[in-house]
Write a protein that binds this ligand. Structure first.
Ligand code: HPA
Length: 247
């Protein structure tokens, strides 16, 4: 059985049906992870859960210690990671509460520590990041969704922005011109660090809102949370169904 971890994002600080069996505090050479790794049983399978923004949802996207989080999961023996990301929908079909399994990323973040390979190297390392997500895990998520009639959008290009503010309407137009379909703040450098640690990593992105300038509603935290709750319910269900098929 391979060890699986779920990195929870905004709207997924806990998982219903997840029977907690322990908590593991992992020390890393990179500082503290967002919190202890929560060990437990989901659909009768052992999984780790790590809420990326901390248990009380207090760590903003640009302050997350992505290296410590990925390192802690690697140390725990995790091989596969399902990352849950709240996003804004840019493409028309990416309406609030839609689920997306993105297949590409454009990284617009700045000033985040984005590699394990920077000091004490015997040789410079460049990882292959042509396909930034684990295709096998993406395929499992998509197949499980199809088998259970859960609507998911099977691909999309994720724009990773710095935040914590949301974008301007012009910034969203630029992202769209660049070929991006959804926008969020947490997939990078997480996905790249996971690849550096040879973890099989895929994102299940949940649309919280229409991206800036795409809707008429003001983008308040209340609106985002309301939409997210609907989407996260389906994301939770899908994750529960995926776990047995990948472990
Ligand atoms: N932009 C960036 N990140 C987000 C958004 C958004 O519109 N919604 C949720 N996370």
């Amino acid at each position: 059985m391979t060890k699986i971890a779920i990195i929870g994002g905004t709207g997924l600080a806990s998982i219903t049906g997840f029977e907690i069996t322990g908590r593991e505090i992992v020390q890393t050479p990179y500082g503290e992870p967002s919190g202890p790794l929560v060990q437990g049983l989901l659909a009768n399978h052992e999984v780790y859960f790590l809420p990326r923004h901390g248990a009380g949802h207090t760590i903003p996207p640009h302050k997350i210690n992505y290296r410590a989080n990925i390192w802690a999961l690697k140390q725990a023996g995790v091989e596969q990671v399902i990352a849950v990301n709240a996003v804004g929908g840019i493409r028309k079909d990416m309406q609030p509460a839609a689920l997306i399994v993105p297949n590409q990323i454009i990284d617009y973040t700045v000033g985040r520590t984005n590699t394990f390979f920077e000091e004490g190297l015997k040789q410079v390392v460049h990882i292959d990041f042509t396909d930034p997500f684990c295709e096998k895990l993406r395929a499992s998520i998509i197949q499980t969704a199809e088998e259970h009639s859960i609507n998911v959008i099977k691909e999309g290009t994720y724009a990773a922005t710095q935040g914590p503010r949301l974008e301007t309407a012009a910034e969203i137009n630029r992202l769209e011109n660049d070929g991006c379909h959804l926008v969020g703040m947490t997939c990078m450098p997480e996905a790249a660090l996971a690849r550096e640690q040879e973890l099989c990593y895929a994102s299940l992105s949940v649309v919280a809102n229409l991206a800036a300038g795409r809707g008429t509603e003001e983008l308040t935290m209340e609106v985002i949370e309301k939409n997210l709750n609907m989407g996260m319910e389906r994301a939770r269900k899908l994750i529960e169904l995926v776990i047995p098929s990948i472990s």
